[in-house]
Write a protein that binds this ligand. Structure first.
Ligand code: NAP
Length: 251
């Protein structure tokens, strides 16, 4: 039941949604792996989990680099024996209009948001196959439906949905599920730092007139990662206060 004693890796869990998610997995009895590029962020979250009585390993690694992904997974296998739950959460944005996006802006966003989940999935799936159990949860974005100034970001997040649907079909016979979460507006330090007029405009297009909490995403991950969720695969759930229903009408 639940995620008890499962080994769960959450990429980019040194801050934001990943941090909340990894803490919630630990609170629910998973052995968790905290990953981020910055060692100090990793150490801070591992300390929080351990002081709350959880079990955690911290590994700093850039998930867009194959050698670092392989090293990350080897360290997890050495400590915990396997990876049962992979949450591909690390993501970045370089928002600009089409004519201003540089080749570097395009490459880095696609590398972190799409190539990273590919490298991680390819590296952990052999362990999941061996144990005939696996849960892969990919953090996409409501923005994959389309949003001005996000051509690179939205493409990476749309690619992640296609990637998840395809892997779901390939891996279903191995009892490995692959699903996506597409968050909308969520209260993170990034949102808090926005000017008030932009926050007001964003709120106008929210059907609920509220902003999501990082825990809303964590609950979605717990649902897909659950031992009992073995008949749910290839799905994308929008956690966005209903904004996906409006689509891009408010642009
Ligand atoms: P965040 O606070 O910036 O957290 C993402 C973490 O990933 C950061 O600590 C970041 O480190 C790390 N990271 C970046 N590149 C990495 C790499 N190559 N390898 C390992 N870690 C890396 O962002 P967030 O708002 O929590 O977003 C988490 C995920 O949700 C992302 O995929 C994002 O696209 C998605 N999302 C968020 C929202 C929202 O409203 N917050 C909405 C829709 C989708 P640095 O800070 O050092 O770069």
């Amino acid at each position: 039941m639940g995620v008890q004693n499962r080994v769960a890796l959450v990429t980019g869990s040194g801050s934001g949604l990943g941090e909340t998610t990894v803490m919630m997995l630990a609170q629910n009895g998973a052995k968790v792996v905290v990953n981020d590029v910055d060692q100090a962020k990793v150490d801070k979250v591992v300390k929080k989990i351990k002081s709350a009585g959880g079990e955690a390993l911290g590994v700093a690694a850039d998930i867009s680099k194959k050698d670092q992904v392989q090293d990350l997974v080897q360290k997890i296998v050495k400590q915990f024996g396997t990876v049962d739950i992979l949450v591909n959460n690390a993501g970045i944005a370089r928002d600009k209009g089409l004519l201003k996006i540089t080749e570097e802006d395009w490459d880095i966003v696609l590398d972190v948001n799409l190539k990273g989940p590919f490298l991680l999935s390819q590296t952990v799936v052999p362990y999941m196959k061996e144990r005939k159990f696996g849960r892969i949860v990919n953090i996409s974005s409501r923005a994959y439906l389309g949003w001005p100034t996000q051509a690179n970001y939205a493409s990476s997040k749309g690619g992640l949905v296609s990637f998840s649907r395809t892997l779901a079909l390939e891996l279903a016979k191995h009892q490995i599920t692959v699903n996506c979460i597409a968050p909308g507006l969520i209260q993170t330090p990034l949102y808090d730092a926005l000017p008030d007029n932009i926050k007001e405009n964003l709120m106008k297009s929210q059907p609920t007139k509220t902003i999501g909490k990082p825990e809303d995403i964590g609950y979605g991950v717990l649902f897909f990662a659950d031992d009992e969720a073995d008949y749910v695969t290839g799905q994308t759930i929008f956690i966005c206060g209903g904004k996906s229903v409006l689509s891009s009408l408010s642009v």
